[in-house]
Design a protein around this ligand. Sequence first.
Ligand code: SF4
Length: 356
Amino acid sequence: MQEAALYEQLGEGAVRCNVCPRRCVVKPDGRGHCEVRVNRGGKMHTLIYGKCSSVAADPIEKKPVFHYCPGTMVFSIGTLGCNFRCIHCQNWQIAHASPTLGAEELTDLSPEDTVLAAQRYRCQGVAWTYNEPTIWFEYILDTAQMCKQNDLYTVMVTNGYITPEALDELGPYMDVFRVDLKGWDKETYRRLANVPDPEPVRAATVRAKKKWNMHVEVVTNVVPTISDDDEQLRKIAEWIVAELGPDTPWHVTRFIPYLELSDLEPTPTATLEHARRIGLDAGLNFVYLGNVPGHEGENTYCSNCGRLVIDRIGFSIAGINVTKGACGFCGQDLGIVSCDDEKTSTGEDFFTRDLD
Ligand code: SF4
């Protein structure tokens, strides 16, 4: 058990955690909302430093991240716990778990181990994913610093519920902020995640982009009857255009019935196509469908000439024609970060077909 960062001592042995906007006040022997930060003897400690529940080498497309080092593998790790309690969480076995239960099933991975494993599995980056990385703050910070010393890129797949001071510590070492925006209004966040206000999520996302120049991609899981109305989708899209820029990828993904929302149907493809149209009409250049393998909405089309520049099948890339982040046909800057910064192309014949 390691002493935590970013906490303050209050009276009578209590501490306040300042890692996420819940800013839990924890009495002696108590623990925070996320279950992984505890007060021992008037000091905050983390129970999960270097404790991994899930480890895999994934395509970065699986995060999903489409415009950062496309086609590369990223060493992906997660732990236990979360600062949200989403009623449809796909990873509830780890996100809703406490590290005092099943701790023997956790794998110890130091920052050095993580970098070595990423290199051994020929990954070009490390992603903190599967559960909320913010609550793993100390470990992520140490590991991200080591990644930068070893030329590995860094990705946090996050709900965005992080304080400015925590984000500012990570900022110099984090390349990608892949954030969920579950809806627009307070009621949606309250119903889905038991979070009173999504404004801190939006503020952190803007801070990641504008203060720290992180590459940002936004995901909205479109939940029927809760977050599938035109008004919320339009507000999200307009906000992305205004605050993050029109080249920011927005992934609208299919909801899969789970946990307390098992009675809902999966999001119809037509609803996702409609959401994509809302995003494009709002001025976004790249709106992707998620959890619909084989749909053309997985592909990247040039925002200028309209031609196919990245052809995807699920998480795999079938063909790519991007040169230093720009369209390989017309040279339009697409805002795609290319790992090798050189022409990335597969096959001369692949892109001969025109697309409407
Ligand atoms: S990280 Fe955990 S303990 Fe800290 S404020 Fe958030 S929920 Fe509370």
